[in-house]
Write a protein that binds this ligand. Structure first.
Ligand code: ADP
Ligand code: ADP
Length: 229
């Protein structure tokens, strides 16, 4: 089953008189349950592509189907609702809320989109913290845990609402190699356990080898696609 289908997507940014083309005529598809990477140097369009798929921005041209929904035509509120129900994000800088504990950070998405009673939320949050090896740290604040541990909390938070798709923007960029591999292994375990589709961006060729399917971006062009289509 195809989870993402992009057809001739284009996106450019205008700053004053200057127009920079971020994506040019991109077409590709991602199967449900894939562990896929978008690879390319800085400025090649990786973040732009993830933002379009995550409905944080609209393409200028082309069509984009995500989880059976044509996301190019969603309004701002429809997009927020769609994201909450279908998509988890792992941001490069973790984006944990500093005043909340590890537990509360992971619980946060459930408060936004699910109308669950507290006991059910608690059970689900603890299950996710257990899965990423962070249950013991549930009551700590983000500034009391290491970078690798923050990243694991970010993985738990992205997955807590059982999204069909997780988008991760350079999820290993700020991590040492061992920690980077541990995060990738963790994401793959989550894919195997929950059937979640993962699409992550990276500029690290070693990290890229861990993906089962790769999309290469260069200057907004999709140059190669590898793996099962
Ligand atoms: P990557 O994630 O691969 O580093 P980006 O998608 O961030 O690439 O950027 C692609 C191109 O679009 C670059 O030339 C970048 O300068 C430009 N760009 C990205 N975001 C903006 C923005 N908000 N305003 C203007 N230009 C942008
Ligand atoms: P740091 O971020 O300081 O490098 P780590 O994240 O590497 O710390 O690991 C801290 C502890 O958690 C280690 O004992 C490690 O074995 C354990 N650990 C790491 N990943 C997992 C996981 N997915 N599940 C359970 N325990 C884990």
């Amino acid at each position: 089953m195809i989870l993402i289908k992009a057809d001739r997507l284009s996106k450019s940014y205008r700053t004053g008189e200057v127009e920079s083309i971020a994506l040019k005529n991109i077409s590709f598809s991602v199967q449900s349950g894939a562990f896929a990477a978008i690879v390319g140097p800085s400025g090649s369009g990786k973040s732009t592509l993830l933002n379009l798929i995550g409905c944080l921005d609209h393409p200028d041209q082309g069509s984009l189907l995500v989880c059976d929904t044509n996301v190019t035509s969603l309004s701002r509120t429809e997009a927020a609702d769609f994201r909450g129900k279908n998509i988890g994000f792992i941001f490069q800088d973790f984006n944990l809320i500093p005043v909340l504990t590890v537990f509360e950070n992971v619980e946060y998405p459930l408060l936004m989109v699910r109308n669950w009673p507290a006991a059910k939320r608690r059970e689900r949050v603890l299950q996710m913290l257990e899965a990423v090896g962070m249950r013991e740290q549930a009551d700590k604040k983000p500034d009391q845990i290491s970078g690798g541990q923050k990243q694991r909390v970010a993985v738990a938070r992205a997955l807590v609402g059982e999204p069909r798709l997780v988008l991760a923007d350079e999820p290993t960029a700020n991590l040492d190699h061992d920690t980077a591999y541990r995060i990738l292994t963790l994401m793959k375990q989550m894919r195997d356990n929950f059937g979640t589709t993962f699409l992550f961006s990276t500029h690290d060729p070693k990290i890229m080898q861990e993906a089962e399917q790769t999309f290469m971006l260069e200057d907004g062009h999709l140059t190669t696609t590898g793996g099962a289509q």
